[in-house]
Design a protein around this ligand. Sequence first.
Ligand SMILES: Nc1ncnc2c1ncn2[C@@H]1O[C@H](COP(=O)(O)OP(=O)(O)OP(=O)(O)O)[C@@H](O)[C@H]1O
Length: 464
Amino acid sequence: MLTPDTKADLSDRLFSDLDFSSGAVAAVSGGSDSTALLLLLKDHLDRTASGARLLAVTIDHGLRPDSSVEARQVADFCAERGIAHRILAWRGDKPASGLPAAAREARYGLLAQAADAEGIKLILTGHTADDQAETVLMRQARDDDGRGLAGMAPATLHDWRTWIVRPLLGTRRAALRDMLRARNVGWIEDPTNIDIRFERPRVRAKLVQGEGERRIAEALARSRQAAFARQDIGRRAAMLVDVLADRPGPGLIRLDRDFAGQEDGEAAIYALRILLATVGGVSFLADEARCAALLSRLRLGSLCATLSRTVVDARRTGIFLRRENRNLPAALPPSDNQLWDNRRRITLKERITLKDRPGDLVIAPLGFAAAGQASLSEDVPQSLSRAALAVEPALWRGGVCLDAAGGDAGSLAISMVPAVAPFARFLPSFDLAPAAAVAALVGAPPLPAPPFLGHDGGRGWAKA
Ligand SMILES: Nc1ncnc2c1ncn2[C@@H]1O[C@H](COP(=O)(O)OP(=O)(O)OP(=O)(O)O)[C@@H](O)[C@H]1O
């Protein structure tokens, strides 16, 4: 049982390195873990940062008949303790398959919305060491390159702007429940957590049996090793990108020929996987074995190949990467926070209203005809620059191109900034170094400051 002193120690250990200057959203389902998170966080803020804003948010997924009643229970719990609380409902279609993943995606979108509305940059969830062990065991079965074995990151950047932090990732659920019992606080038991139609409850059920504790300890040790390895290779890949890659024109990336002959072949393959996904606008890294084979062929000389929707055109003067001219998005009216072709983040600035946004304004690829009229750098073959420019997005109205470079469209206040596809929605803190390097390369906005105090500006940063 936790005495008042150890309680203070625990919450300080969990939260003292977090930057609460913009406040915090606590994601509270009403289960034991997030209820414990909320209480410990409230203790900590009351003691150390009483001015910091705290908003508890419950998402009503509408998947069980009791969900809205449970959300109200959390609201009452918060009201009794003077904690601001909001309930947000997941509306819209619920898919028949992949429901947990869709619910998670929707939940994070809504939590980020709640944080945004208050100008808060930090969301805290109640994921525990038990959740981490389950995640690692689930991924072990299907992980092909070992990255997934790192499990959940201590922090994840959502939509390149809001940090989701998991301060309880090193804490066991049993300790949190002990703390709640000691305070006479109950919690909601979600029946989905024991519904063995879903994979996580099946894994969880096995872990309470005979060898469960040993398997949990092994899974956690494995995840620490995998996280270290992932950060390490990420830093090495970032170095290669910094030194050997540049962007000679819109949509065109050039790698120095030395990239293929790198001594650190492992890092070169990793960098290539990220670059191909980014240039092609694919949300997962390019296949490892194929990238390894491609790198071997690149060592031999010139080639032209397509992988991960990216054309790799290796010439004497460099290895050029550009988005292939296939399966591009159809012309669509711009909407806020949309990822266009997974390569550009579209933002409608506040000044824009529906009235100002004529229905015939669309985003569509620039196309070869318009790209042919643009003045391009002499530094690289014109055919390459044109092919890359042609698949860049442009704003069109009634067949007239308003903005060829995909930048700001003046008074229309639409911005289309580059995105780093594999990390555009969720960027785990393990991958900060390569994400920052590739962001600088493609001209994406710099990463926001990490949510931990005493950070190093986002490059190579990792929470111990
Ligand atoms: N409906 C929800 N509303 C707000 N946050 C949620 C919701 N569901 C999950 N979360 C957040 O995500 C974390 C992990 O989710 P998970 O589904 O594993 O938890 P849970 O079993 O619903 O509840 P708990 O983790 O509180 O015991 C929670 O600790 C909580 O921070």
